[in-house]
Every structure is written in C-alpha cells, then in structure tokens.
Design a protein around this ligand. Structure first.
Ligand code: BGC
Length: 522
C-alpha cells in the first residue's frame, strides 16, 4: 500500500519548456487579478472600525462603542447590519462564480477576468459615493460579482499557462496579489482614518477602482491559454501560442495531450452532472473540502476584523489599525516562502507544517485571551507585554496560513481537475469558499460575543481535523503535468477505490476515457 500521500510519478513524463520571460510576465499580470479580492478583504475590516463611517451608516454600533467602558468587550461590535455589510459580497461572489463557469468554458478565461474587473469597478464607484446603507450594499454586491468571476478564472489561467515544473510558484502569484491587496488596503485605512472631516472611508472604498482597472486592462492585453484556445477550436493559433509561451519549438507532445484532453472534454455534455460520476469523487471531494477547510482555519476573523479584534483586546483605534498593517505585512512576506518552496518541498509538507503551527498559535491565543478577559469580557488594566504576546502569536498564525492553506487552497484545486470538469469544478471550489467566507464573516462577531475566547478553540479543532484529512487523503501533486493528474488518484491508497485503472487511460500521458476512439486518434 502506498503511503498516505503516496504515488509514483507514473511514466515520469515531462514536457520541454522554459520559464520564459513571456510566461513570467503573463502570469504576473494575470495574478494581479487577486488584488481586487485582497483589497476588499483588507478594506472592509478597517472601514468598519472607523468611527465616522459607523456614525453615518451604523449609528447603533457607534453608540454602543462610545459607551463601551462598562459593556462586555466581547460584544461591543455585534450588529447584524454591520456583518451584512461585510458578508453580502460573498453571497454575490458565490452566485457569479457559478455563472462564470460557462463564460470561462465557452468564451475563455480572459473574458471572465474582464467581467470581473468591470463589475468590481462599478461596485467601487458606487461605494465611494455611497449616501445610504442601500448604496453600500448594492456596491458590495457588484464587487462580489466581480470577485466571483476573477477567482473562478485567474487560478485556472495561471495553472494552464505555467510550465508544470513551476506551476506552484506561478499560481501562488494569485495568493501573493491577494495578500498585497490586503496590505495596501490596511495601510490606506490607517492613513485615511486620520483625514479630518471623517470622509476618509470614501477614499478607502472608492480606491478599489484602481485594482479593478488593473485586472480590466490586464485581461485585455493577456493572451488566452492554449488549453482554452483548443477548447474553443483555435488549434493552429494555440500551437503557435504554446511555442511562444514555452520558448521551444518542439511542443508537439504537450500540444497533442492538450488536444486529447479537449476532445475528452467535448464528449461531456453536462459538466455539472458529470461531477457526480464516481470517478470524479476525489475531485469533487477536494473541490468542496479544501475551500471549506481553508475558511475554517478562521483566517478571515483576522483579515476582516483584525482592527476590531485588537480594539477588543484593549488597543486604541490607531494602534488597532496599525496592528492590522503588521499582520498584513506578515501575510504578504510569508507567502513568498511558499512561492519559494512549493515546487521544492511539495504541497503536503506545507499543508502539514502550516496546520501544526496554526494549531499551536490558536491554542496560545485562546489561553491568553481567556486568562485576561475570562468569561465576562472585562479585563481591567491590560499590561503592554500582554498585547505584544497576543499580536506575536496572531502573526505566527497568519504566517503559517500564508504559506499553507492560503495559497494551496487556490493552487491545489486548480491543478487537479481534468479539463472536462475543470471549469465547473473550479466554480464549486470558489462558491464553497465564498459560502464559508460568508458564514464566518456573518457569525464571527456573534460568536465572539457568545463563545468568547473559545472561538479560537473552535477554529483550532477544525485545523486539527483538516490536517488529519490532508495527511490521509491528499496525494502529492507536485511535479505532475495537469493533464496527467489522473495517476495520483489511481495510485492512492483510498482514492484508487473510485478511480480504477480503466477510468482514465493514459495515452502518452493524457487522461482519456475508456474506449474513446476519437481521442486515441489524435
Ligand atoms: C483566502 C481568503 C483570505 C486570504 C488571506 C485567501 O487565500 O481565500 O479568504 O482572506 O487568503 O490572505
């Protein structure tokens, strides 16, 4: 029996191709699609802790906060409209990623990116000029539609474009952009909050137009992926493009495999229904569980509400926004570690190390907050060293997420789906991610109010479960061309029950359906 993550590299097939400047620049531009998502994640937490913003749109939260000296610290921000403001976006993103599946499949990855940029731009514009809560919510719905399109298409684009040996690093460019977006937003919030007259939040929200323009323009100048061009019948152009991307003339083997995958994909009339077939059980499981677990690490509690949380544990407004800048910086820098290591150490080791580190940090943070705030939420005077210790362990937790579940939550799904279900399965991935981002955002303030420091134990429990899951059920995908991924399931101790030898027949490496003559002739 192979080890839990075990596989052999099958026929060890590899395609010629270099890390050309063309592919590098292309992937950097495409990865910037992550900026809109990141900018929004970072901006909402800061804006919702700005007194002028609260006073105007959420006066009841504002009043509660002003009177906070006597109330329970755990509950001071608990407001349904405030959480609805943050989380409405994720419902919209969930819906649009489902629509994006057909756009990405039929019109190419670039079109989805373009829609993503344009919708996000419109949302940012409305938010920047918001006059009432309804405008804020309409704006956020548009931002959400934009994010759904972008997150559905950008990771697929990157994984298809990248030479397989560098796929991990190039794909993680997406997560790096998310973290850079979060960081920029945190820094801007810090400065905009200081603007006299209290209209800085307009700049924070309206500033989202800048990353929106970047992805919009990017999507207009980027080439489409060869996989997508072949899928849409442009074979000759696709071969030329592949030569340019790989920087070698001899691309026949990879090209033929892509054509094979595309033919297989055309046999599939209902990509959604297809997902339910037994042989796609491992893919469907990963498309659901990886994003679910990614959100149940509790990362967005820190990302959305870091200023609120730091405020709760006794920091002033300014110090709270500053701490959010610090966690944002750690998040971005630690992502570089995974860019460096993902194609060297593999996905599993990063997942397992990151999980262990997060678990330890969560336990320590829970103990610290529990020790001082107890169950009544009235800590009394908090010493400085205490705040430093809490921030330190929160930073170590963020770093662990940033080199494990953060990037891998987008990378692994985008590289394991065969072309015939790729777009639909990626939509499942994005929608589950958004659904649970919504759930966490929606219930966090309420959970903090009721579970108190136990909130951190709640997430720690899930981190334990997900690490066990990875250990036993996720095969290593490092160093395997994406159109050859079928072998990792066939060789896996558990998934081989679902994916038999005959399910995907390798034709020089490509995954073909049994008895599919059209494909064997390619
Ligand atoms: C997650 C986001 C999270 C971000 C933090 C992403 O991979 O999908 O929900 O806020 O990482 O960097």
């Amino acid at each position: 029996m192979p080890a839990a993550g075990g596989f052999d590299k099958g026929n060890g097939k590899g395609y010629p191709g270099k890390l050309t400047p063309f592919v590098t620049v292309t992937c950097i531009v495409a990865a910037m699609g992550g900026l809109i998502f990141g900018y929004d994640i970072g901006i909402s937490g800061g804006v919702t802790s700005m007194p002028s913003f609260l006073k105007r749109f959420f006066p009841s939260v504002y009043r509660k906060q002003q009177a906070n000296s006597s109330t329970n610290q755990y509950c001071q921000y608990n407001s349904e409209t405030l959480t609805l403001f943050t989380s409405s976006l994720y419902l919209a993103a969930l819906l649009s990623s489902l629509v994006a599946s057909s756009v990405t499949r039929k019109f190419g990855r670039k079109k989805s990116m373009l829609f993503g940029g344009v919708l996000f731009f419109a949302g940012a514009l409305i938010n920047g000029f918001a006059q009432g809560v309804w405008m804020l919510i309409v704006g956020r719905l548009l931002l959400g539609f934009g994010i759904g399109f972008a997150n559905q298409s950008v990771p697929l684009y990157l994984s298809e474009m990248a030479p397989y040996k560098y796929r991990g690093a190039l794909n993680i460019g997406f997560q790096l952009s998310i973290t850079i977006g979060i960081l920029i937003a945190n820094v801007l919030n810090y400065f905009f909050a200081k603007i006299k007259g209290g209209w800085g939040w307009r700049l924070s929200l309206g500033g989202a137009m800048v990353p929106a323009l970047i992805i919009t323009i990017g999507s207009l100048v980027l080439p489409d992926t060869p996989n997508s061009m072949i899928e849409r019948g442009q074979r000759d152009e696709a071969r030329e493009k592949l030569r340019k991307i790989r920087g070698v003339n001899d691309v026949d083997e990879e090209f033929n495999d892509l054509v094979g995958a595309s033919e297989a994909s055309k046999q599939v009339e209902h990509p959604w229904g297809n997902l339910l077939k037994r042989k796609y059980r491992p893919h469907l499981t990963m498309a659901i569980l990886i994003p679910f677990f990614q959100q149940l690490t509790g990362i967005n509690v820190i990302m959305f509400y870091a200023p609120v949380l730091f405020n709760t544990i006794g920091f002033g407004n300014d110090a709270s926004l500053m701490s959010a800048v610090i966690t944002g910086l750690v998040n971005a820098c630690a992502t570089l570690v995974s860019i460096y290591g993902v194609d060297k150490w593999g996905r599993r080791s990063l997942f397992l190390e990151g999980g262990t580190q997060m678990l330890i940090c969560q336990a320590i943070v829970a103990a610290c907050i529990g020790a001082k705030f107890g169950v009544d939420g009235n800590p009394g005077e908090l010493p400085k060293w205490y705040a430093v210790v809490v921030v330190l362990f929160i930073c170590l937790y963020v770093a662990a997420f940033a080199w494990s579940w953060g990037p891998l939550g987008w990378l692994v799904p985008s590289e394991i789906f065969p072309l015939e279900i790729r777009s639909a399965a990626q939509s499942v991935n994005v929608s589950v991610n958004m659904a649970f981002t919504f759930v966490v955002a929606q219930i966090f303030l309420n959970m903090l109010c009721h579970l108190k420091f136990g909130l951190f134990i709640f997430f720690a429990f899930f981190v334990l479960v997900m690490s066990i899951f990875i250990f036993f059920f996720l095969p290593e995908t490092n160093g395997i061309p994406i159109e050859e991924m079928g072998q990792v399931w066939k060789n896996h101790w558990f998934w081989s029950r679902y994916v038999g030898e005959d399910d995907f027949v390798s034709n020089g490496g490509v995954e073909l359906q049994k008895g599919n003559k059209a494909i064997n002739n390619v």
